[in-house]
Design a protein around this ligand. Structure first.
Ligand code: KG4
Ligand code: ZN
Length: 345
């Protein structure tokens, strides 16, 4: 079964062709990052206009790369939210028209569920349930217990900002550019993570929720205080702040995830998904903690993160993969038209 995936939730226009849920035939992403770097963030009107311009060339490119024609598609999966409404519309309308034209099913996919399925892309061995998933992006930050395909139990979530948003805001404070994640990670590599002690919000709270808005304010006040004291804002200072900030955020993400693993001991795998899953420091930290967990409890938990960097941030391959499993699950149970009838947009 070949699924065309379409993703236009925020500032990436993407189309992908996926076979049997895991095989990526193509995954074309047009990123608007350069455009939004000038404003240190996404301007919805600008993003929406770019999606309108790019969606058809991106779709044609995805078909060419997969070496198939549009008529060979078996279904269309599209991200319907959460996201910027004016951006989502382009993807949803394109998916609707394609599905009508081809007379093939349309499968609405929640964007966060899409991120979760990025760990199925190119997986040699399919993941085994139950799975504990940490989804961490610019717009969302949750822990889910996934018992089966499309059976997600929310265990914890952010009460304010997501970790990716904190990366973006701190990068702006440090004059490093947009998006913040990759530039902070790069600066942090040259800095000392113990140089400054930033707060680890809610790390000792006995729940699985997060709060990242305070940490960005703590960094802001710290930089202002240092400036008032006459400190020169040089490269070394910036690298040390970036490394110390990254250390604080990844400590919290990792601690909460391991606490959840201790509670839900029936879990067979732990997955990291969403834009921040591209962070190598976070991956290594979680990997180490899971190794320790496996040793102390004689468990064999498998840890996964997306196999390619392009599967971490927004892309249509993950939407197509989620669409495949959603279709397989619900069309069997309720008939092939169920998903069309249930379309949530
Ligand atoms: O999943 P995504 O593309 O969009 C949302 O659904 O929000 O995630 C984008 C977020 C941005 O906040 C970006 O700064 C962050 O992911 N990000 C990273 C890294 N690469 C991207 N954060 C930390 N380290 C990275 N290497
Ligand atoms: Zn996303």
């Amino acid at each position: 079964m070949k699924i065309l995936g379409i993703e236009t939730s925020c500032d990436e226009t993407s189309c992908a062709i996926i076979e049997k849920g895991t095989r990526v035939l193509s995954n074309v992403i047009f990123s608007q990052i350069r455009m939004h770097a000038k404003t240190y963030g996404v301007v919805p009107e600008v993003a929406a206009r770019e999606h309108v311009l790019k969606i058809i060339p991106v779709l044609e490119n995805a078909l060419n790369k997969a070496k198939i024609s549009l008529s060979e598609i078996d279904a269309v999966a599209v991200a319907f939210g959460p996201g910027l409404m004016s951006s989502l519309l382009t993807g949803v309308i394109t998916a609707n028209i394609t599905s009508l034209f081809l007379d093939k099913p349309i499968i609405p996919v929640n964007h966060i569920e899409g991120h979760i399925y990025s760990n199925w892309l190119e997986a040699e061995i399919e993941p085994k349930f139950p799975i504990l998933v940490l989804t961490v992006s610019g717009g969302h930050n949750e822990i889910y217990l996934m018992k089966q395909h499309f059976d997600f139990k929310l265990i914890g979530e952010t009460l304010d900002d997501a970790a990716g948003e904190a990366f973006d805001k701190v990068a702006r404070l440090l004059g490093l550019g947009y998006p913040g994640g990759p530039v902070i990670m790069e600066a942090a590599e040259k800095g000392n993570p113990s140089a400054y002690k930033f707060p680890r919000p809610m790390i000792n709270k006995n729940n699985f929720n997060f709060s990242f808005s305070g940490i960005k304010t703590a960094v802001l006040y710290f930089i202002e205080k240092e400036k008032r004291a006459g400190r020169r804002i040089n490269k070394k200072f910036i690298n040390d702040v970036a490394a110390s900030f990254q250390e604080a955020v990844t400590d919290v993400l990792c601690a909460k995830l391991i606490r959840a693993l201790e509670k839900f001991s029936e879990v067979k795998e732990v997955h990291l998904a969403g834009g921040v899953s591209a962070n190598i420091h976070l991956r290594e930290k979680i990997e180490k903690e899971i190794e320790k967990f496996n040793t102390r409890s004689s468990a064999k938990i498998i840890f996964r993160y997306p196999r390619k960097f392009e599967y971490c941030t927004d892309n249509a391959a993950m939407i197509a993969s989620a669409g495949y499993y959603k279709y397989k699950k619900f069309s069997k149970k309720f008939g092939v038209n169920y998903i069309e009838a249930k379309a949530e947009f």
